[in-house]
Each structure stands twice: as structure tokens, then as C-alpha cells.
Design a protein around this ligand. Structure first.
Ligand code: NAD
Length: 477
């Protein structure tokens, strides 16, 4: 069999229904818990990229005509196949991404849940209206070849949220995982090789040059991108040259607002998850916590106590709740942020240990009411570092929460749900939770406001983003 070898197994890139091997020096994939090489992934050559886009383009001509019922069957079968390989995929995900095995398993299981939902969901493939002498057909037709570009924090979840909707609506895809976490996606390609028709799903891995090569490719009709806001801007520029469609799911700096009538214990527990899950490397993580001054000290004490109970270490250890930072560049950024806080003499409620390697580990770190203008408040840390901030007045806190270039998510916590809801309505972001956080279902349309995105992923709105309306106006006589 063609492909790269990993621990006795072999991986290849799924291109035109075949597993193709590396034709140039492959990429090393590092385990962030050990800093050892997990495996090598192919570094797609120009010829291989051409082959992948051409295969997707040829496959599109047939796939768009395949009845919706059959497309549903294929999407469901992809989910079933992932379910059958869940243990293996979860272990591979932990070894390349770092997250605890249980969290990796949850991410893999979510792929199947997403596929199940898509296989069942109703979307208006065609709407027909009779209007006197006219029959009006509005068809939602597919766009063509979709480039699905995915970051390193949720490689499986974010890939299927593009592949599934694209296929269901009749498009074909070229998927590009992050060079830092390509293995689970490559393995997914092997698993679905015999399930999806040839060329409908293609997977290419590669170094930093591959993203721009893909987004500039004239054969790509839509780019579905999840990643940082800075890269999202470049993607949009590339797409603008030929007016390719884009969906951008970008960075965030989500705030939580803790009202004074909140249940302190349960909120401290839930907020810990909201801030530190996946070691803070979540686009929708809570990155600023505004606490009413009446309960600030009590809440801070409880929050720190919850954080002290976290077990940081290799995700392969079942007792561990927080894994490493996924890569060295991100690790250095987070360490630098903490050192800058120290240099600026900000107060720490908890200064997490940063152990000597190997492994990119940082323990939870919590700041005590830093100035609103400090980087730890204004920037997306994307690591286990969170500021607690005092507030007194609702208008003031709403203004501070909204004073951000981002508008991805947020949450409000309080005993009086209706009062919390009224505050939630005033937050300028795509999703706001009350007394919970990060709950995402396939039916929720996620649309980053402001610099957090363009367009919608998930939900029926997200599905329609892989289509364009075509009106057939038919005069009957
Ligand atoms: P990134 O922007 O560096 O990379 C994302 C992907 O884009 C990777 O596959 C990368 O190889 C590729 N890429 C890099 N340069 C490119 C270019 N010029 N053209 C095309 N593709 C290019 O992001 P990251 O560091 O991998 O991920 C972290 C960021 O992603 C954070 O900002 C986080 O908030 C964001 N994120 C957002 C969501 C969301 O749904 N809104 C979800 C997860 C992560």
C-alpha cells in the first residue's frame, strides 16, 4: 500500500480515490507532550495539488447530479465509519494534538453526531411556487470545488463541519489540515476511501506554502476556512481575485459576565471548563471573566481552587484533565504573555507552573483585575491564561465586553435567568450562552460577528452557504 508509515501502519493522502505517497521530503508531526516525532505526513507537491483539484472538479460533474437521498447515505456512512474507528482515531488525535484521550474521543464521536444530523436534516434543495401563469423554481445549487482549511485545535471536528455540508449539498472538497495536526485527517481519508465516490473527497497535507497555493487555485470555487483572523484576511484577499465564495470562522475574545446572584460553586466549576478546556485553545473559550464586585473575592477564591485541582500532563494519562499547548510557537507566545504580565507587575491570583520540558506544558494561570488595556485582556491568549475583571454597573460591563474587535461568543451567568438573558441580548457576538458555555449542536448556525468571521458555519444557514440560489421562472403557456 502507498503512504507514510506510522507505528507499523501506513498513511497516504486521499487523492482521486487513491492513497498517494509523498513525492518530496515529508513533514514531521510532533507529539506536544513528548516533543518526539509521531509520524511524517506528505508535503503535497504542485503536481499532486493539481491532481487533487482536477479530481474534485471532475467528480463534481457527477456528484452534483447524485440524488439527495444518496448523498445523505454517503454522509451517514462516513460518520458510521468514523464511529467504528473511534478508539484508534482518538488515540491518534491525542498523540498529535495533545488533548486528553477522553476529550479526543468526544471530538471523534462528535464527527459521527454531525454526520447523523446532516443525513437527516431538511434543507430547501428546491422551492416551488405557482403564481398564476408562472411556475417559479428556486433551486439551491452547489458551488463546485470547496477548499476546506482547518486549524490545529480541533482537527477532526472542524474538518467534518466543512466536508459534511459540502458533500450533502452536492459539492466536492479538497481538505487541508494544519501541518501541525494532519494525521487524523489523513487517517479519516483512508477510512472513507471506499465510502465516498472517487474524487469527491480529497485530502492534501503540506507545509505553510500549501494554504496560499490552495486559496489562489483557479479551480477552487469556495473556501471554507477556520483559523486566525490574520490568516482569514489573507484568505479573503486571495478569494477576492476571482470572487470565490468564502466562509471564515476566525478568532475570538469571548467574555463571561458573572452577575451577583449567581450560584458560586457551580459557576466556578463551569467557568473553569469554559476557560481552560483544551488548555484554552478553543476559539469559543472564555478569555475574559467579568465578575460583579459584590462577589469578586468569593468567586476568585472558588475559581482558583477549581483550577488548582486540574491535572496537567500527557493526554495519554487517563487522570490528566489538561494536555500540553499544541505546538512550540503557540507555547512560546503564551509563555511570553505570562512574562509580560509579570514585567508589567500585574497581580496573579494563580501563577501556573511552567515545567521544564519535554512537553509544552503550562498550568492554569489567573490574573487579578488587570487594566482593561493590557494584552492579557485585549488579545486572544489561546492558552491557559485568563484575567478576572471587576465590574459594578451593567452598562459599563456591556460596553467593556463589546469593546473588542472580535464577536465570536460569550456568556452571562446569573440566578435570575431573564435578567441574564437581557444582558446576553446586548452582547455583540454570534453566540451567547446563559448559565452554560461552549454548547454547540449541528443545528446551531455559528456566525462570527465583527473580526470573528464572515458567513455562517453549521445549521441550515451553514448548509446553504455551500449553495447558490438559481431561479427558474417558467411561463406556463
Ligand atoms: P492559522 O490561521 O494559523 O491556520 C489555520 C489554517 O490555515 C491552517 O491549516 C494553516 O496551515 C492555514 N494557513 C496558514 N496560512 C495560510 C494562508 N496564507 N492561506 C491559506 N491558509 C493558510 O490558525 P491556527 O493557529 O491553526 O488556529 C488558531 C486560530 O484559529 C485561533 O485564532 C482560533 O481562535 C481560530 N479558530 C477559530 C474557530 C472558529 O470556529 N471561529 C475555531 C477554531 C479555531
Amino acid at each position: 500500500m502507498n503512504g507514510m508509515s506510522v507505528g507499523g501502519r501506513e498513511f497516504g493522502m486521499l487523492v482521486n480515490g487513491r492513497l498517494v505517497r509523498a513525492q518530496s521530503a515529508p513533514l514531521e508531526v510532533i507529539n506536544p507532550a513528548t516533543e518526539e516525532v509521531v509520524a511524517w505526513a506528505p508535503n503535497t507537491t504542485d503536481d499532486q495539488l493539481e491532481e487533487a483539484v482536477a479530481a474534485a472538479s471532475r467528480a463534481f460533474d457527477k456528484w452534483r447530479g447524485v440524488p439527495l437521498a444518496e448523498r445523505r447515505r454517503v454522509v451517514r456512512a462516513m460518520g458510521d465509519a468514523v464511529r467504528e474507528h473511534a478508539d484508534e482515531l482518538a488515540a491518534l488525535l491525542t498523540s498529535e494534538q495533545g488533548k486528553p484521550l477522553l476529550a479526543a474521543r468526544k471530538e471523534v464521536d462528535g464527527v459521527a453526531v454531525w454526520c447523523d444530523w446532516l443525513a437527516e436534516c431538511e434543507y430547501p434543495e428546491e422551492e416551488i411556487r405557482e403564481d398564476g401563469a408562472h411556475r417559479l423554481r428556486t433551486r439551491y445549487v452547489p458551488l463546485g470545488v470547496v477548499a476546506a482549511i482547518v486549524p490545529w485545535n480541533f482537527p477532526m471536528a472542524l474538518a467534518i463541519r466543512k466536508i459534511g455540508p459540502a458533500l450533502l449539498t452536492g459539492n466536492t472538497v479538497v481538505v487541508k489540515p494544519s501541518p501541525l495536526t494532519p494525521l487524523t485527517t489523513l487517517r479519516f481519508g483512508e477510512i472513507v476511501q471506499d465510502i465516498v465516490p472517487r474524487g469527491v473527497v480529497n485530502i492534501v497535507s503540506g507545509d505553510d506554502s500549501l494554504g496560499p497555493r490552495l486559496t489562489c487555485h483557479p479551480g477552487i470555487n469556495k473556501i471554507a476556512f477556520t483559523g486566525s483572523t490574520a490568516t482569514g484576511r489573507k484568505v479573503m484577499e486571495a478569494a477576492a481575485q476571482r470572487l470565490a465564495r468564502v466562509t471564515l470562522e476566525l478568532g475570538g475574545n469571548d467574555a463571561a459576565v458573572i452577575l451577583p446572584d449567581v450560584d458560586l460553586d457551580s459557576t466556578a466549576d463551569a467557568l473553569f471548563e469554559a476557560c481552560f478546556r483544551n488548555s484554552g485553545q478553543v476559539c469559543l473559550a472564555t478569555k475574559r471573566v467579568y465578575v460583579h464586585e459584590d462577589i469578586y473575592d468569593q468567586f476568585a477564591e472558588k475559581f482558583v481552587n477549581v483550577a488548582l485541582r486540574a491535572r496537567v500532563g500527557s493526554g495519554m494519562d487517563e487522570r490528566v484533565t489538561l494536555g500540553p499547548i499544541q505546538n512550540l510557537v503557540q507555547y512560546r507566545k503564551v509563555v511570553q504573555l505570562i512574562q509580560d504580565c509579570e514585567r508589567s507587575r500585574l497581580r496573579f491570583l494563580l501563577k501556573g507552573e511552567i515545567p521544564e520540558g519535554p512537553g509544552y506544558f503550562i498550568h492554569p494561570t489567573i490574573l487579578d483585575n488587570p487594566p482593561e488595556s493590557s494584552a492579557v485582556v485585549t488579545d486572544e491568549a489561546f492558552g491557559p491564561v485568563v484575567p478576572l475583571l471587576r465590574f459594578r454597573d451593567i452598562d459599563d460591563v456591556v460596553e467593556r465586553v463589546n469593546n473588542s474587535e472580535y464577536g465570536l461568543g460569550g456568556s452571562v451567568w446569573g440566578g435570575d435567568v431573564e435578567a441574564a438573558e437581557r444582558v446576553a441580548e446586548r452582547i455583540d457576538s454570534g453566540i451567547v450562552w446563559v448559565n452554560e458555555s461552549q454548547r454547540l449542536l449541528p443545528s446551531f448556525p455559528l456566525a462570527g460577528h465583527k473580526a470573528s468571521g464572515i458567513g455562517t458555519e453549521n445549521g441550515v444557514e451553514g448548509l446553504l452557504a455551500y449553495t447558490q440560489p438559481q431561479v427558474l421562472s417558467l411561463r406556463k403557456t
